[in-house]
Design a protein around this ligand. Sequence first.
Ligand code: MN
Length: 472
Amino acid sequence: MPAESSQQEAAKPVTRLRDWLDHLAARERLAVARRGLSLVHEIAAVANRLDGRKATVFPNPGGHAVPVVSGLISDRGWMAEAMGVPPAQLLRRFQDAAATPLPWREVSAAPVQEVVHRPVDLARLLPIPTHNEHDSGPYITAGLLISRNPRSGVQNVTIHRLQLNAPDRLGVLLLPRHTLAYLHMAEEMGQDLEVAIVVGIDPLTLLASQAIAPLDADELEIAGALHGAALPVVQCVTNAVRVPAEAEIVIEGRILRDTREEEGPFGEFPQYYGERAKRHVVQVDAVTTRRRPIFHTIVGGGLEHLLLGGIPREATLLTHLQRSFPGVTDVHLGRGGVMRYHLTVQMRKRSEGEAKNVILGAFGGHYDIKQVVVVDEDVDIHDPNEVEWAVATRFQADRDLLVIPGAQGSRLDPSTEDGFGAKMGLDATRPLNAPEMRFKRISVPGQIAIRLQDVLDPVAGTAWREALGSEA
Ligand code: MN
């Protein structure tokens, strides 16, 4: 009965953070900390210890009235549950949503604006934690930063790390992507860039924010497609940005034109620190919240952080590869490769050499990709032991290894020279013309189908000598 009802529940996408916490709690995946743990390191320590197993709610962190939650997604199966699909359909569901976005619908009153704070003292209003040993101080790490194309009004959604610089000012790292493109447009018009930072949102909207979409593709429309319903949004109190109505907290403000302040260091996804430098600044104009809001924090380098980035990347890389190579059946970004650098591709090879073309295609799919392993369709790419077995038994370095020197890679990979580095590809597929038995995997007939309860004696295990009979 419980299995049946949970399946029915799982068939409906989760659209609110509070519903997701209920979902986790009902499955014993939500720990509740003692009241009053410290915002400095203690929340991150507990979240990291439970990483991959449980989300955690922290009541009264540092004596603060607003609770903190962390670890919303610890496993890719959880994200499939949030979508309401079986785990095997996770990437397909995201591919479909990215291909068919659903425009949002505007509402005039929203839970996230039940309380309006201005002027603003961020540290007093919100429990902003400090995570890693050498972090410069408190950071907002799970804030969706929403900005508008200042010419067209089209919105962009992404996550930037946000350092607390002053009671009403945040330092922000802008990589050369969409938010920065909109800021440059605003600066050309002599303006600041209006933004909203949304904290406390459902897992599917978080995931949609990480879609690798083109400029002027609104990630909130991908969130709507994942929800299966247009996302309700409301206009900010102090600017024109539209924010999800069901969120917990919204920080309204502006990225200041031509302004920089020191930001960093900060513990990043590769499990190293991002360096300190002069970075952009958000001037905060107001904070709006639900009556009793929840603050979400993501600890850098944990599974929640890696999966939110990794799943949309996998979906995008799969779409990219399948355009040229229909034999590609699945891709996987492994945890050891920080779900960005090391890609495994599963394929049904049709012609000799095709796996090497797939390797080259994968490097073209995203500059972060540093190592690609291609395996046949009989290898489970979600099991690192299976992939290692394929390399151990189907790969010869002098024949199947591809090294591309001097290419662009990730700047956060400390083994590169500021992102300048090498690529490595391993073709671990069987040759098509091999004799049939040479690469035939051993298997025992009936092993998978056999029901152990039908063939094992339930009581004899503890008395194995008696089970052998009187002759023994
Ligand atoms: Mn974007």
